[in-house]
Ligand binder design. Structure first.
Ligand code: G3P
Ligand code: CA
Length: 312
């Protein structure tokens, strides 16, 4: 099962409708949304609680930076956080030009002026062409600001008709926060939940960064699947540990040596002598051989290519 990570985010600015549209064209089964919340309580699709990496918020609102700690690290950071802006203000931001500047080899004029989508807009744009794989980000942080993301998410899904029996399977709800998944189970139990690993709940990170039978059984108590980082997977035995507990396994993130902020052209040679493209496809093939049920990739087209190769 192919989950387009932040859309087709290697080729288009992450979490824009352009990125979601391209993911569908590249035959993603599910398109990922990371959720943040605005000052006036709207759900928007953005990976970071702080918006300056992927928008021009710092230029448009130079005097509006604040210090906040959405990760609960104890070390607040200064920046432009979604929670300090209304949806009307966020809708004025350009969420696409940063991508063109950072990736000249993949730049397109049409990316300039892309907007930060609301969850509602994302659902409308995707429709029934792909499923939704929605991540609740910074649940405790928003809760501390008086906003329950799980309640808002359940309401948005219901308003769009995803609560109907024939559409529920088009939705996965994922989170690094066990607490947020338990809350989601309370407010909307019918959607499949996926525990991302390691957990980010206080005091759980270290112990949940290794695949163990105890961890798999714990997660299976409230979730349909586990979303471990690739680094946690030692081989087929790690996948089997999750499967034995009855969990689906959807590791993240397949994108070779690239990151969201540092892309390279696919035909570039890597240190092992192969192209970036070959290395990404090989990695996906290796994990398919391990027995994964699906995974997150920035390169949906290469995932499809890997599947085709395995079939031949
Ligand atoms: O949700 C799976 C994967 O997206 C987790 O990493 O930081 O890209 O949200 P991140
Ligand atoms: Ca995510």
């Amino acid at each position: 099962m192919l989950v387009a990570h932040r859309g087709a985010s290697a080729y288009a600015p992450e979490h824009t409708l352009a990125s979601y549209q391209l993911a569908i064209e590249q035959e993603a089964d599910f398109v990922e949304q990371d959720l943040q919340m605005t000052k006036d309580g709207h759900l928007i699709c953005a990976h970071d609680a702080e918006l300056s990496r992927t928008t021009d918020v710092a230029e448009l609102f130079p005097d509006r930076a604040t210090s906040r700690d959405p990760e609960g690290s104890g070390a607040p950071k200064r920046g432009w956080f979604a929670i300090d802006f209304t949806l009307e203000e966020i809708k004025r931001l350009d969420a696409g030009s940063w991508f063109n500047r950072a990736n000249s080899f993949a730049a397109r004029d049409s990316y300039k002026g892309q907007r930060v989508p609301t969850l509602e807009e994302a659902m409308k744009a995707i429709g029934d062409r792909a499923g939704l794989y929605i991540e609740m980000k910074h649940y405790e942080f928003y809760k501390s600001r008086g906003k329950d993301m799980a309640v808002a998410l359940a309401a948005a899904l219901k308003a769009a008709g995803y609560d109907k029996s024939d559409r529920r399977e088009k939705v996965f709800i994922q989170s690094f926060s066990r607490a947020s998944l338990l809350r989601m189970r309370e407010v909307a139990p019918t959607y499949a939940r996926v525990q991302l690993l390691p957990m980010d709940d206080a005091g759980r990170r270290e112990a949940t960064s290794r695949v163990t039978i105890a961890l798999a059984r714990e997660v299976a108590g409230y979730a349909r699947g586990a979303g471990p980082s690739k680094q946690m997977i030692a081989g087929p035995e790690s996948i089997e540990t999750f499967h034995a507990a009855g969990l689906l396994v959807h590791p993240y993130t397949f994108r070779g040596s690239t990151t969201a902020v540092s892309r390279r052209p696919l035909d570039e040679r890597q240190s092992n002598g192969s192209t970036l493209r070959q290395n990404i496809i090989s990695e996906i093939e290796r994990f398919i051989d391990y027995g994964i049920d699906g995974g997150f990739t920035d390169y949906p087209d290469l995932w499809r290519e890997a599947i085709k190769r395995k079939a031949n």
